[in-house]
Ligand binder design. Structure first.
Ligand code: SAH
Length: 229
């Protein structure tokens, strides 16, 4: 199964049909029913063509509220999870945001659509390449980094918001340090089976508050960069 390759981008028309738009509207309704309230998040999900972030053959699944396999054993997060994390971040236009785990680039596109100034980092080369090629074609221009997101991007920080889209065994201290005072981080923390969503706010130079917001399942946050194939 060839998924998310540059070949795919070369031969696929980046088509967003009325059918796709209709399916997105239904998805947005579903997310609203599941409790997502922030209209700017719902608008962004209504705008970003999720089907273009998945292999052609999965187009029929793009607007079902489910996670889906992409390349390198990774997944594109479930739309509800993307909406939930984005809402929890309380994004404002021009917020400086760090995303750990670019993956397909879908969450990154949602953040850009909301006006975030986004820095996104991925440890799998093929995914990094894919997202870096696709997003500008859709009019989104985050800065892409290939590397280990455990370390954050110290030379580009501090950030107003940090979103981690892979399950961590604990909160990486280097990421906490890269939040501005008043900044927020949304990160799933736990074991391999299930993680709890943590919302961390840096309230002063040395103090952080932490709240928990339900259970989710993510692929693991792994150290270092992946072996290239
Ligand atoms: N935000 C993505 C979700 C991708 S799944 C989307 O919208 O599609 C999580 C991603 O985190 C995977 O692509 C995985 O390779 C990546 N990842 C895991 N550990 C990482 C690390 N230490 N640094 C950067 N990326 C990492």
């Amino acid at each position: 199964m060839v998924i998310l390759s540059s070949q795919y981008l070369k031969y696929t028309q980046l088509e967003d049909s009325f059918k796709h738009k209709g399916l997105r509207l239904k998805l947005v309704d579903e997310l609203r029913n599941k409790g997502i309230r922030d209209e700017s998040v719902l608008n962004a999900i209504n705008t970003v063509p999720r089907h273009l972030f998945m292999d052609n053959s999965f187009v029929g699944f793009a607007y079902v509220d489910k996670a889906f396999p992409i390349a390198s054993g990774q997944t594109i997060s479930q739309p509800y999870t993307v909406a939930f994390q984005t809402e929890a971040l309380q994004i404002k236009r021009l917020d400086k945001v760090l995303e750990v785990g670019t993956g397909s680039g879908y969450q990154a596109a949602v953040l850009c659509e909301m006006g975030a100034k986004l820095f996104t980092i991925e440890r799998q080369r093929s995914l990094y390449d894919f997202a870096r090629e696709l997003l500008p074609k859709l009019g989104y221009h985050p800065q892409f980094f290939y590397g280990d997101g455990y370390l954050g991007l110290p030379t580009y920080g501090p950030f107003d918001k940090i979103i981690v889209t892979a399950g961590a065994d604990s909160v990486p201290p280097r990421l906490k340090e890269q939040l501005v005072v008043g900044g927020r981080m949304v990160i799933p923390v736990g074991g391999r089976q299930v993680q709890v969503m943590k919302i961390i706010v840096r309230v002063s130079e040395t103090e952080y508050t932490e709240t928990e917001a339900g259970n989710f399942v993510f692929v693991p946050l792994l150290p270092g960069v992946a072996e290239q194939r």
